[in-house]
Write a protein that binds this ligand. Structure first.
Ligand code: ATP
Length: 206
């Protein structure tokens, strides 16, 4: 299966681009959604988190209290490593399971931290970056999350830089214009990906 890893900074347009690919009939597998699913009530993931961090990380309804857990791991790299040792393998396994089931001409794996994560890179055939100038990202974050400009810039500063992301990209979508322009770029890439998926990996095609 030919797999495209879709990534980009906050509010760069990943979800919007995912929807455009989905509308073209391409299965989209979303790591954010999976990250929530693998720690839902009743999962081995949540049980492992409670075993490590205690019942205090649960809300009254038994769901994970994300704020509280974030507070614990924020200042403690060891705790963060423990949490990631629980969640990362579960997310990876669930992604592979859904990918194996999803079919399609090719697949889009939406992974916001693809560039930061490192290992995820080896599981996709191409890295597609949705790129957006920081001032446009900030404007969209402010409009969507109703936060101040300073808060929006602070979120941006905590992520991999635009240059690092672009350096890791095989393909780039420039999302600094309107939605029609975005759709055109997705459709052009879709045609290329269909052709690449038909061809198979280069060593097989030769
Ligand atoms: P996050 O990192 O927060 O999950 P994201 O990268 O998935 O965000 P989107 O949710 O797709 O980004 O887009 C962020 C916001 O910007 C949304 O409100 C979306 O409607 C808007 N947006 C995205 N692209 C465009 C565009 N080309 N023109 C106008 N608005 C856009």
């Amino acid at each position: 299966m030919f797999r495209v890893g879709l990534t980009g900074g906050i509010a760069s347009g990943k979800t919007t681009v995912s929807r455009l690919f989905a509308a073209l009939g391409v299965p989209v597998i979303d790591s954010d959604e999976i990250a929530r699913d693998v720690v839902a009530p009743g999962t081995p993931g949540l049980a492992a988190i409670v075993a490590r961090f205690g019942e205090g990380v649960l809300q009254a309804d038994g769901a994970l209290d994300r704020r509280r857990l974030r507070g614990i791991v924020f200042a403690d790299p060891g705790a963060r490593a423990d949490l990631e040792a629980i969640t990362h393998p579960a997310i990876r396994a669930e992604m592979e399971r859904r990918s194996a089931q999803a079919g399609g001409p090719y697949q889009v794996l939406a992974i916001p931290l693809l560039v930061e994560g490192g290992a995820a890179r080896s599981r996709v055939d191409r890295v597609l970056v949705v790129d957006c100038p920081p001032d446009v990202q900030v404007r969209r974050v402010m409009a969507r999350d109703r936060c101040t400009e300073a808060q929006a810039y602070a979120v941006l500063a905590a992520q991999a830089g635009r240059e690092a992301r672009l350096a890791a990209a095989d393909d780039v979508i420039a999302n600094d214009g309107d939605l029609a322009g975005l759709r055109d770029q997705v459709e052009a890439l879709h045609r290329r990906y269909l052709a690449a998926a038909r061809q198979g990996p280069p060593d097989v095609a030769q």
